[in-house]
Design a protein around this ligand. Structure first.
Ligand code: SD4
Length: 293
């Protein structure tokens, strides 16, 4: 059993996953529940996840979320979804109840409503902070400083099931309809029950050009440790585009032995727990210099 999450703010979510895994719960329930709690809370995953996320440039919060099990073909996602506080739960329903794998915009919202989710007014999706930030953006064209806070969580349960989930409100003040890497399989997340799983966070418009989560899992399949796989994928991107031009990307991974790995082009804290540890731990990856491998 093991659990890992992106950024420092994932600590309570990883703690939640630890408790659920120790209680024998299934990896998908664990990931869905932990992601959904972050989504619905305006103060956790501040400003970039679910309720309380930054809106698009029209002032509307639009969320991307996905869930993928290690079992072949088990993937569901939603993108540019409005008015639903827990998009990851809708993504799971797409995986389980829809003949499709990815639903977007109005179609995703209609699907959620059919399954009993409540659509909320946009003002309920904004927090005091994000509503103020949006007004400042309109009045002074003031961009948001920093703030990459997509939640990515991976869980490996007692029975050896692995599941990865991601959720984000995406780039602050993005174009309406903009979709990032998070709901795209291979880009924001990937899982293969023979190997392990990976998730990405950072500049999704760039990340999606490199399928880094798929690449990490493929390297693990060829024998790399989770850490080496993440580092090699980042090094490959840096080599291809030039180290000084590398965009923001953080990667986490977990293999079926419960080993955790990460790499990042920026300072990147991540949190994890594995069987044998008494509590959730946090490690900080410092910006990875290009590797000659
Ligand atoms: C996106 N990758 O939509 C997401 C944003 C993110 O931490 O990861 N922020 O581009």
């Amino acid at each position: 059993m093991a659990a890992v999450g992106t950024w420092s703010f994932s600590r309570p979510a990883v703690e939640r996953m630890r408790c659920m895994l120790l209680a024998g719960q299934n990896a998908t329930d664990v990931v869905e529940t932990a992601v959904a709690e972050v989504e619905d809370d305006v103060d956790t995953g501040r400003h970039i996840v679910g309720r309380g996320g930054y809106p698009n440039f029209k002032g509307v919060v639009e969320c991307d979320a996905a869930i993928m099990e290690g079992v072949p073909g088990r993937f569901g996602a939603v993108a540019a979804l409005r008015g639903i506080a827990q998009p990851c739960r809708v993504a799971r329903k797409v995986m389980e109840k829809s003949p499709h794998s990815l639903l977007v915009g109005d179609g995703a919202e209609a699907f959620a409503q059919e399954l009993g989710f409540t659509s909320e007014a946009n003002e309920n999706m904004l927090s005091h902070h994000t509503a103020t930030a949006y007004r400042e953006f309109l009045e002074k064209n003031k961009p948001v400083a920093g703030g990459h806070d997509t939640i990515g969580l991976i869980a490996l349960d007692l029975s050896g099931n692995i599941t990865v989930g991601v959720s984000t409100s995406g780039a602050p003040f993005k174009s309406p309809g903009r979709v990032g890497d998070s709901p795209l399989p291979g880009c924001g997340l990937y899982a293969d029950h023979t190997v392990g799983a990976a998730a990405a966070t950072g500049d999704g418009d760039k990340i999606m050009c490199y399928c880094p989560s798929f690449h990490v899992v493929q390297l693990m399949k060829q024998g790399s440790s989770p850490n080496d796989a993440c580092r090699a994928v980042l090094a490959d991107i840096q080599r291809r585009i030039g180290d000084d031009k590398c965009f923001e990307i953080g990667l986490i991974s977990l293999n079926m032995k419960g080993e955790v790995g990460a790499a990042s082009s920026v300072e990147f804290p991540y949190t994890f727990w594995k069987q044998g540890l008494d509590s959730v731990e946090e490690l900080v990856i410092n910006q990875q210099k290009p590797l000659n491998i």
